[in-house]
Design a binder for this molecule. Structure first.
Ligand code: B12
Ligand code: SF4
Length: 493
């Protein structure tokens, strides 16, 4: 059996990092972990090829070779996935589809031959058994959540790792919280399920042996779901594994209550975590109550962020505007919070209601869902709900906010705030030739040709003399800023 695994293209988005990746000659953020994991669950005797449309084109001869094309996608990849399915149909190749886009919207794709939905650990073996009997069905789905201790090591060798900025691994799935706009819990449940420390070490070893020294993204919904297990199993194992190794800094996603546990923070930085994404959402307490973001309520969010950054975890923040409790003042409140926090990577989006969330149900009941064909990307300036303050006002304030926070002045102010807070790294980074190339390109594009010249050189000189060991990080941040400004410009145009 010849299986072609294909990952559709992402549009140019906040997280695509397309404009930043060019500085380091990379083509995409991370290889598709879902497909690489599914690949490891297929029979050993099958022939496998991966084509990630974010780094390469799909050749007609690949389609000619394949007995089946297996596609994985998120909602933001819908357009590319639709074109891909049409091309497979034209070429007469059967399509098997899975992943979050199809799990949520499979009825929109009549040309797909078989849907293997939800988590493949349960549904794929059912499909493979039927296929062997010659009676493959149309839809395989489940309401169960599998134990991921049996999930195999992803087949990294199928991915052309040299074209990616980072790689993804996963320790846990699910989240105990119930933020009303988030569909993680409807897809993956409230009870966090984890892999064993041994499984993670095997995954990291296989990457290290493949020569990978770049960043590793633990793509957990909230890695601190089971703090005890982190403290006693995973983090001690990672600390031991890291000894004598260079590179492979870790980043992940956590809830803000990590700031309440200094012991856990310390273990994470010892293990090599240097960046965390945190859903901060809003400084407006009544909006936090509205969306049931209990873990963010009743605390000084600025203090929590400062504590985490001073401990060595760069906080990347998710922010939302458009809650019912937001007044016209929210835009200034958000800007002021983001600037004071020194959160450099601040992703601000409009409130959207994905299907399967309690927000969607409430909006539907109130007759406020305008379009169920949502883009799936809340940072592209679109929303599928009628906001209380009115769409025009929301967009006007949102655009102004984006222009402000990504303007060179505001952006580099945050970089400097952060660099002043940030301690020296605990791990040794691997600086290769690409880094020096990126430095040179940043000097040319940002320091000589860019509109941010003044701020760039101010940061450059300040870091070189005051925090020289943070210099590579400072240059990386200036390159991220270039990407964010391009995205902000395209959204506000
Ligand atoms: C890592 C990640 C990212 C990375 C992606 C890197 C990459 N190239 O893969 C980054 C940070 C870039 C990212 C960005 C975004 N993401 Co994201 N991301 C995730 C996250 C946290 C993990 C995904 C993952 O790798 N999981 C691990 C693998 C093993 O799981 P999996 O892919 O689901 O695969 C399993 C099954 O789905 C199934 N399966 C998957 N594919 C296939 C295919 C076949 C054929 C079969 C049989 C089975 C199968 O089998 C696998 C094993 O069980 C998920 C949340 C989550 N926990 O899933 C959100 C998630 C996928 N992201 C989401 C969103 C909304 C976004 C953004 C739009 C956010 C934004 N506002 O900008 C952007 C858009 C992407 C972009 N580039 O712009 C949503 C998608 C919702 C949807 N229904 O589409 C999710 C589900 C989170 C959420 N609830 O909001 N994201
Ligand atoms: S903490 Fe994050 S992953 Fe968990 S429900 Fe809230 S938004 Fe979703």
């Amino acid at each position: 059996m010849n299986i072609l695994l294909v990952y559709p293209e992402f549009p140019d988005t906040f997280w695509s990092f397309k404009h930043a990746l060019k500085f380091i000659n990379k083509r995409a953020g991370a290889p598709p972990l879902g497909l690489l994991t599914v690949a490891a669950m297929l029979p050993d005797s099958w022939n496998l090829r991966l084509v990630d449309l974010n780094i390469e084109k799909l050749r007609q001869e690949d389609l000619g070779w394949a007995d089946y094309v297996m596609i994985s996608a998120m909602i933001v990849q819908r357009d590319s996935a639709t074109k891909l399915i049409a091309r497979c149909k034209k070429a007469g190749v059967k399509v098997i589809a899975g992943g979050p886009l199809f799990t949520m919207e499979y009825s929109r794709f009549p040309d797909v031959d078989t849907f293997v939905l939800n988590e493949a650990e349960i549904t794929l073996p059912q499909f493979l058994a039927d296929l062997e009997k010659g009676s493959a069905g149309k839809i395989y789905k489940t309401a169960e959540f599998p134990d991921i201790r049996q999930t195999p090591v992803p087949l990294w060798h199928l991915a052309k790792l040299k074209y990616y900025g980072t790689v993804a691994v996963q320790f846990s799935r699910g989240c105990p919280f119930s933020c009303d706009f988030c569909n993680v819990t409807s897809l993956l449940g409230h009870r966090p399920r984890t892999k064993s420390a041994g499984q993670m070490i095997r995954e990291l070893d296989s990457l290290y042996q493949a020569g990978w020294r770049g960043g590793v993204f633990f793509v957990d919904d909230n890695i601190i779901c089971n703090k005890q297990q982190l403290k006693t199993e995973l983090l001690p194992a990672l600390i031991a594994w890291r000894k004598g190794k260079v590179g492979m800094p870790f980043n992940t996603e956590v809830s803000i209550n990590l700031a309440d546990d200094p012991e856990l923070v310390n273990l994470m930085t010892e293990a090599g975590f240097d960046t965390i994404f945190v859903g901060i959402e809003t400084p407006n307490e009544s909006s936090l109550a509205e969306c049931n973001k209990t873990q963010n309520q009743g605390r000084n969010l600025l203090d929590s962020v400062r504590f985490l950054q001073e401990a060595g975890l760069q906080v990347q923040g998710g922010f939302i505007v458009g809650f019912d409790n937001d007044t016209l003042d929210i835009f200034n409140q958000q800007v002021s919070f983001i600037q004071q926090s020194g959160i450099v990577t601040a992703m601000v989006g409009l409130l959207q209601a994905p299907t399967g969330t309690s927000l969607f149900e409430r909006m539907k009941k109130e007759g406020r869902i305008v379009d169920d064909n949502m883009s799936g990307n809340n940072t592209d300036g679109s929303t599928n709900i009628i906001p209380k303050m009115g769409l025009d006002k929301l967009l006007e304030g949102y655009h102004q906010l984006l222009r402000q926070i990504y303007s060179p002045k505001y952006y580099y102010d945050r970089v400097l705030t952060f660099l002043k807070q940030c301690p020296l790294p605990k791990i040794k980074y691997h600086l290769d030739f690409q880094y020096f190339l990126a430095l040179w390109r940043s000097i040319l594009r940002l320091g000589i040709l860019g509109s941010e010249r003044l701020q760039y050189w101010k940061m450059f000189i300040w870091t070189l003399f005051r925090r020289p060991r943070l210099f590579p990080l400072a240059i990386t941040m200036s390159i991220y800023g270039y990407h964010f400004r391009k995205i902000a410009r395209s959204v506000t145009k």
